[in-house]
Design a protein around this ligand. Structure first.
Ligand SMILES: [Zn+2]
Length: 115
């Protein structure tokens, strides 16, 4: 079925959140040459009204950097207690994190704990 000579660029999830946040991030990413796509994930939308922002795998590294910068700007919105705690939730999707992973296992956002 699929054309083997033309592999489709693979989309990988970058982060997720409210639609207006994803639109904002999308604009920032576009400025840096990344072409993100806002994806509707039925489970996310149904349970929390969230949208997924996905990028092509080749853009993922750049996108994560841009996301880092944006999080630096928006970090004050995250409750300090959650950031300081070792069982902090993911700042993007809010799931509880076990240990200090470098990437959120739920949404894939870089948390940077491994450094
Ligand atoms: Zn997450």
């Amino acid at each position: 079925m699929a054309a083997p000579e033309e592999p489709k660029p693979e989309l990988v999830p970058l982060t997720h959140g409210r639609l207006e946040e994803m639109r904002l991030l999308r604009r920032r990413l576009l400025e840096r040459g990344v072409e993100p796509q806002i994806v509707t994930v039925p489970e996310l939308q149904a349970s929390r009204g969230l949208y997924l922002l996905a990028v092509f795998r080749r853009d993922h590294e750049t996108a994560v950097q841009v996301l880092d910068e944006v999080w630096q700007e928006t970090l004050p919105e995250v409750p300090a207690a959650e950031v300081d705690s070792e069982v902090a939730g993911c700042p993007a999707c809010g799931i509880a994190l076990e240990g200090l992973p470098e990437y959120c296992p739920e949404c894939g956002i870089r948390l940077g704990h491994a450094e």
